[in-house]
Design a binder for this molecule. Sequence first.
Ligand code: PH2
Ligand code: MG
Ligand code: MG
Length: 164
Amino acid sequence: LAAAVVYLGLGANLGDRRANLRRALTLLEERGVQIDAASALYETPPWGVEDQPAFLNAVVRATTSLPPAALLEACKAVERAAGRVPGTRWGPRAVDLDILFFGELRVDEAELQIPHPRILDRAFVLVPLMDVLEAEMPVLGARPSDVTVDRSGIKQVEGPGWWK
Ligand code: PH2
Ligand code: MG
Ligand code: MG
């Protein structure tokens, strides 16, 4: 398979959040996902389930020869290795890795939807995405900076050097 450009959303709100995210990126690289650019690191108010600790969020642009299902499996294995245990939907987690875009591909299966179906509703995705994608988003067409979304409460806590 030719290498694909993918965008991954990262989140953490349990334990040493920054360390969990860094560990996840290191483990992804060991599994054939090359991290090409990372956004700054943001602290964001919890979305969906509001009664939980604040998240650290980031987005990375990466290159991989893994097909989508294998990338999903790699993300799940890395989440576990970086300390994630089963929990509730939208609830607290040590680390969360979401496939946002995979080239220009659309996937609509029970286990995997690409583009991620809630990107346009989530400032915690769109704000870091702006750091690594100025052009139009694959499939969706709009630029991240053109999407109207409530950005209040999102704070940059570290520049893009947080990862390396
Ligand atoms: N992830 C969720 C649910 N809510 N809120 C913020 N701020 N950041 C997240 O990464 C997040 C969330 C489910 O994955
Ligand atoms: Mg998620
Ligand atoms: Mg997830």
